[in-house]
Design a protein around this ligand. Structure first.
Ligand code: FE
Ligand code: FE
Ligand code: FE
Length: 194
């Protein structure tokens, strides 16, 4: 006996959520710009996760305590940035997904090359590590600057605040690396023989 016809589908439909203006939200969520924003968020999420794994090797390879300490501080910041990205995904009801960032993969490869091509215990190696690290920070600064602006455009205020906080940390790290290089490492490296 067929009994499936008795339950009309409309009766089980959940009540619509009322916390957001539905029309505006739908327009934003279905926009190509929203998709671009999400893709970029997934890209930087992958980048940060891989950077967190690579930074300890860079810290270990550093000659000066000053550079090692700066990198170690940034490892802790990077872990926190990963958590912030997860909060940003959550704030727009999206799952945190990492999609390979070819740029970060390339930048990390360059960093490894610089370490293997420079002598252990030299300041030339530190100058090289700083060079590699600043290229990474600049990529992150560009990424977070864009993401923050896109989040504001799309009306994702919470995500924009999280991205802005990380952007400030990346800029700070970049300036600190410049200070360390100019504060003695480059001058000492200049006296080292090939
Ligand atoms: Fe970062
Ligand atoms: Fe990327
Ligand atoms: Fe960084």
């Amino acid at each position: 006996m067929a009994t499936t016809k008795t339950a009309p589908k409309a009766a089980s439909k959940p009540a619509p959520k009322t916390k957001k203006a539905p029309e505006t939200t739908d327009v934003v969520e279905e926009s190509a710009l929203n998709e671009l924003f999400l893709d970029e968020l997934k890209d930087i999420y992958w980048a940060e996760k891989h950077l967190a794994k690579a930074l300890p090797k860079m810290a270990k390879a550093a000659t000066s305590d000053e550079l090692r300490n700066a990198i170690e501080t940034h490892i802790a910041e990077t872990e926190n940035q990963i958590t912030r990205l997860e909060s940003a995904f959550a704030s727009i009801d999206e799952k945190a997904v990492a999609v390979k960032c070819e740029a970060m993969a390339g930048l990390l490869k360059e960093g490894e090359e610089i370490i293997s091509e420079t002598e252990k215990g030299t300041f030339t190696r530190d100058a090289g590590i700083i060079s590699a690290a600043q290229k990474i920070e600049h990529y992150e600064i560009a990424s977070y600057g864009t993401l923050r602006t896109l989040a504001l455009t799309l009306g994702y205020i919470d995500a924009a605040e999280l991205l802005e906080a990380t952007l400030a940390e990346e800029k700070n790290c970049d300036s600190l690396l410049t200070q360390i290089a100019e504060g003695g490492i480059n001058d000492t490296a200049k006296t080292e023989k090939e």
